[in-house]
Design a protein around this ligand. Structure first.
Ligand code: AHG
Ligand code: MN
Ligand code: MN
Length: 354
């Protein structure tokens, strides 16, 4: 290869190594406005939190007191893992120093955590699931963190955080970190979906894939079939369909972030429908399904409750849950078609002359 070509290749490789998360945000916004700087700084803090969690996970089996349960039960009624608490604290501490975030709303906290000194009007709220897929931690399988950034609206004096009870199209940014064989951060600020890979030798997240587009259709369906006995007949109809037709393959990792990440890149659909025990499903809107719905729409996919778009759902409370069907357009529509068929049948049977 001629020297000139080598130089071009080298420069390109260097440019790529210098496309860090903060720089990418500013490139995305093509602006150095105060808001652009804010978002860039916020994403930089998310990256720092991700590195701290990733570092602890990488040595979890060697250090006392990292794995296992705390013995407490959280606001969700779920047993809390030590890593849930650690990661929750990491995000609080990282954002405390940021001066940008007034409030943090977490899956692990009943009420939002306030940082009063940061709460002049127009500051931001971070909503997050500090560790998603906690059941995977002790078996060293992939887990994640999910985040969403919204504008703080009003003063919220009585700490009710009512301004957070708005639809998901109010999100300014959303994304997740996947703690897998490599640690990846996937985000969107409404201008496409982009993935970054942590380069441990640099201690930086470096751009790996820009403008991710989810395939229109994929063979993967991802659902916990152990809940079959608890599902509505329409969901059972869908499962019977994929069991009886060629071209489908089941993949379920028990951690939303890993299951969603696979579908974002390969296509298909993830679903967590309502069950007898949890009619609204298990997953929480504000810091699990709405952030991922924001991403999947940016990537050309869809996210539905089965009857409405996830991003249009207005939560009644901070920890509202919704059923979720998310992934490739065609595959989400296929699941919805079984729901519509059953609804039509029920309507017809109610209106049929007796
Ligand atoms: P979290 O660990 O934050 O509570 O989330 C766990 C969620 C989600 O990651 C996953 O899709 C789902 O729980 C798995 O639930 P089941 O074990 O009921 O399948
Ligand atoms: Mn979760
Ligand atoms: Mn969690």
């Amino acid at each position: 290869m001629a020297d000139a070509d080598k130089l071009v290749k080298q420069t390109h490789a260097l440019d790529r190594d210098c496309t860090t998360l903060s720089r990418h945000v500013l490139q995305q916004l093509q602006s150095f406005s105060a808001e652009a700087q804010d978002l860039s700084a916020l994403m930089g803090r998310i990256a720092l939190a991700a590195k701290l969690v990733s570092r602890r996970l990488s040595r979890a089996g060697l250090v006392e007191g990292v794995l296992g349960f705390t013995g407490d039960v959280n606001v969700q009624g779920e047993s809390v893992k030590r890593m849930d608490v650690y990661a929750n604290e990491v995000f609080i501490s990282v954002f405390k120093q940021s001066g940008l975030v007034c409030r943090l709303a977490s899956e692990e906290m009943d009420k939002p955590y306030y940082i009063p000194e940061n709460c002049p009007i127009g500051r931001y709220t971070l909503l997050y699931d500090p560790i998603d897929g906690s059941s995977n931690i002790d078996s060293n399988l992939n887990i994640g963190s999910i985040f969403s950034i919204r504008q703080q609206e009003g003063t919220d004096e009585n700490g009710e955080a009512k301004d957070l009870l708005q639809h998901g199209r109010k999100q300014l940014a959303a994304g997740y970190i996947l703690y897998g064989p490599s640690t990846m951060l996937v985000y969107s600020i409404g201008n496409g979906v982009h993935s970054f890979t942590l380069d441990p030798s640099l201690g930086e997240f470096i751009l790996s894939t820009e403008n991710i587009q989810i395939p229109e259709h994929g063979s993967i369906y991802s659902v916990n079939e152990g809940n079959f006995w608890q599902w509505d007949e329409s969901i059972r109809d869908y499962i019977r369909y994929v069991h009886r037709h060629e071209g489908y393959t089941a993949r379920y990792g028990g951690a939303l972030v890993g299951d969603f990440h696979r579908i974002l890149f390969e296509g298909g659909v993830f679903l967590y429908p309502g069950t007898l025990k949890n009619p609204d499903g298990k997953l929480r809107l504000l810091y699990e399904t709405a952030p991922l719905a924001f991403l999947v729409e940016q990537a050309g996919g869809r996210a539905s409750t089965g009857t409405e778009e996830i991003l249009d759902v207005v939560p009644e409370k901070l920890h509202t849950r919704t059923p979720v069907i998310i992934g490739s357009k065609e595959d989400v529509e296929l699941v919805e078609s079984f729901i519509q068929d059953r609804t039509r049948e029920q309507t017809e049977s109610l209106t049929a002359p007796s």
